[in-house]
Design a protein around this ligand. Sequence first.
Ligand code: 5GP
Length: 166
Amino acid sequence: QSERETLTWQGFGDGTRELTRDIVQSGWIPDLIIAVARGGLLPAGAISYALGVKTIGTMNVEFYTGVGQTLAEPRLLPPLMDVSSIDGKRVLVVDDVADSGRTLKMVMDVINLHGLSLDFGTTIPVEARCAVIYKKPRSVINPDYAWRSTDKWINFPWSTLPVIRA
Ligand code: 5GP
C-alpha cells in the first residue's frame, strides 16, 4: 500500500472537536469513556476533555504487528479493566480507526456480553456506542460516530516518528 492518508496534529485537534460535536448533537452523552489502547488513547483523551467527561478506562488490545500485518485474532492484554464498573452506564468506546473493525468489534462484544450476562441478574445492562476518527469501508462494524472515511493506510501524528532511544 503506497498511498497514505496523513493526519496532522492540527487535524487531530479539529477532528476530535468535530467528532465530539456530532456526539453531543446526537443527544447522547456517555457516563464513561473507554479508550482502546494504544491507538484510541489520544482520541479518547481529546474527546474526554471536549465532552467534559472525566471518567476514563482503557482496554489494551494487540492486533497489528506492522503496516497491514496482523495476528490471527485481536487479543486483550493486561492490565485488564474491571468491566463490572460499567454496569448500568452509558459507555463510549473510542479508537483511532475501524479498519477491519475486528478490534472494535471484540471490545464491543466484551462490553455487550457483559451487559447481557447482567440481564439475568439485577443490574441494568450498559449501553455502549463507539467513536473513531477514521472508518474504512471494509470494517465489519459500523461505528456510531466517525469523523472521516478512507481506504488508505493512515499515518497518525503520534505513531509516525521513530521511537526515541538513548
Ligand atoms: P482493526 O482491528 O480495525 O483492523 O484495526 C485495529 C487497530 O490497528 C487500529 O486501532 C489501529 O491502531 C491499527 N490500524 C489499523 N489500520 C490502521 C491504519 O491505517 N494506520 C495506522 N497507523 N494504524 C492502523
